[in-house]
Write a protein that binds this ligand. Structure first.
Ligand SMILES: C[S@@+](CC[C@H](N)C(=O)[O-])C[C@H]1O[C@@H](n2cnc3c(N)ncnc32)[C@H](O)[C@@H]1O
Ligand SMILES: [Zn+2]
Length: 310
């Protein structure tokens, strides 16, 4: 069993985090908007999509977008607000390591600010590969271990071991996402070469590399203000995209797998759902879904199906 960051333990309201991060929010949306503008398809999955902060960037490119998140409470609490703004969206509580979808369902996928909670990227990519179809596209954002600030700090401390490709566990004293204050959180910064290798070895070919939040430095944010900061940010996103300087790196990938099956043409959510434990067929009755394979029953509560298994 792989440990999961459970934001529901302490009723963590992630939307509060963004109230004071206008620059980072706009910087990510700008980059993703440019990527998704060029895309088109049916089923799309935003893994760890939370309260739909980034839905505007992909909503018009895919006809059947889904937000999947382990935090059932976040989805329940935000259901009405998200649905009002994005009527076509589906929301599912599930674990990224065990998704309740048929093989080869998805045309596109996205993961932003979640990989730091994924301690076993290889296991996650294996599962992702199963639900995505051949030629689908997947966008992976992650916290870059060797960003400029972290690299300078390591050099200053003569800590050259820091530059290895190994994942870096963030000190947990300042990060309590999904964990109790003082407890060790699952919080890894990854080396771009490490993520690239994990993606490639699971069939995801890297089509482009980009970065964002180049100017995530408190003093600059204070001195320059959001508007000037963003002008510079958009320039840096163009000029410095191949470097390892930014705190946030984004890989755009295309999946190659040995299956002739293309897009899933069924638009009904129930038709793409299977048991995440044994991949058995589900029988739906009102707000319950029963698996004939392993006899497990899943329920829908406050509009959200709960398919979480560990
Ligand atoms: C820092 S938030 C990022 C939310 C969103 N992607 C964004 O950028 O605004 C991380 C989210 O990942 C979810 N998460 C963490 N581990 C997960 C897992 N194994 N499966 C599904 N969701 C997970 C958390 O519940 C949380 O909502
Ligand atoms: Zn089952």
């Amino acid at each position: 069993m792989i440990e999961v960051s459970n934001y529901d333990f302490f009723d963590y309201d992630y939307s509060q985090y963004w109230k004071v991060r206008q620059y980072e929010d706009s910087s990510e949306k700008h980059l993703l908007g440019r990527i998704f503008n060029r895309k088109k398809g049916a089923w799309f999955i935003d893994i760890g999509g939370s309260y739909g902060r980034l839905t505007s960037t992909y909503y018009n490119s895919y006809s059947n977008p889904v937000i999947l998140d382990y935090s059932l409470r976040t989805l329940q609490k935000n259901y009405a607000i998200i649905k009002k703004r994005f009527p076509n969206i589906e929301m599912i509580a599930a674990n990224a390591y065990h998704m309740p979808f048929r093989d080869n369902t998805y045309d596109g996928g996205l993961m932003v600010r979640v990989l730091h909670h994924i301690s076993e990227p290889g296991e996650y990519y294996k599962e992702l590969k199963r639900v995505m179809h051949n030629d689908s596209s997947y966008v992976q954002e992650f916290a870059n271990k060797v960003n400029l600030k972290a690299s300078l700090r390591a050099i200053f401390h003569l800590n050259f071991k820091f530059f290895s490709k190994d994942p870096y566990q963030q000190p947990t004293s300042k990060n309590f996402e999904g964990t109790e204050t003082g407890e060790e959180a699952i919080f890894f910064n990854y080396h771009p070469a490490y993520v690239k290798k994990a993606l490639i070895s699971n069939g995801f070919n890297i089509k482009s590399k980009s970065g964002c939040s180049y100017l995530r430095i408190p003093i600059l944010k204070k001195l320059l203000g959001d508007s000037l900061l963003l002008k510079l940010e958009y320039l840096f996103q163009k000029l410095l995209k191949t470097t390892n300087l930014p705190p946030s790196v984004v890989f755009e990938t295309s999946l190659k797998k040995k299956t002739s099956k293309q897009s899933c043409t069924d638009k009904n959510l129930r038709k793409i759902l299977v048991c995440p434990k044994c991949f058995g067929e589900l029988t739906f009755k009102g707000d319950t879904a029963h698996c004939s394979g392993c006899n497990k029953t899943y329920v829908k509560e406050e509009h959200i199906w709960d398919f979480r298994i560990d």
